[in-house]
Design a protein around this ligand. Structure first.
Ligand SMILES: [Zn+2]
Length: 150
């Protein structure tokens, strides 16, 4: 596909901004629906079950509810991260690599919306970590490193 329109850098930035905003907004909406749906379910189930269950069965319901609440908690935390990302997007700091400052590729952000490094920097970092771990194993001082990290 040949394109004749030469877009300015500002226009490219704008479209990146609106693409990312769209992506984050979609995720936020999905998560909010899920969280709200689950909360409704838990409430409905809880109210219904309490009426008919004896002591033993109701403790199973409690466990089930604990799991549900843990899930809701987890999703709420993701929701907070998305809100934070949207705030950073408005500030113009979202989607830039923490290490080199370059823009993180769009497909990467789509797969990992909370990525803070570009692919190259992440790989460099992972390689460095692997080397460190290998070195630590070799010199037999893994325990020492472990203590120091506390
Ligand atoms: Zn980078």
């Amino acid at each position: 596909m040949a394109t004749t329109t030469k877009r300015t850098k500002a226009a490219v930035k704008d479209s990146r901004y609106s693409d990312l905003k769209q992506m984050l907004d979609d995720r936020r909406r999905e998560l909010m629906n899920e969280v709200q749906g689950r909360i409704r379910d838990v409430r409905a189930e809880g109210a219904k079950d309490r009426e008919v269950l004896d002591q033993g069965e109701s403790s199973e319901v409690d466990i089930q509810e604990d799991i549900e609440f843990a899930l809701i908690q987890m999703k709420s935390e993701t929701l907070n991260k998305i809100n934070e990302a949207l705030r950073r997007l408005d500030e113009g700091t979202y989607g830039n690599c923490f290490e080199c400052g370059e823009e993180i590729a769009h497909p990467r952000l789509r797969a990992l919306p909370f990525a803070v490094r570009c692919k190259e920097c992440e790989e460099t970092r992972e390689n460095a970590e692997q080397r460190e771990r290998a070195l630590a194993r070799k010199s037999g001082s893994a325990g020492l490193f472990f203590d120091m990290s506390n």
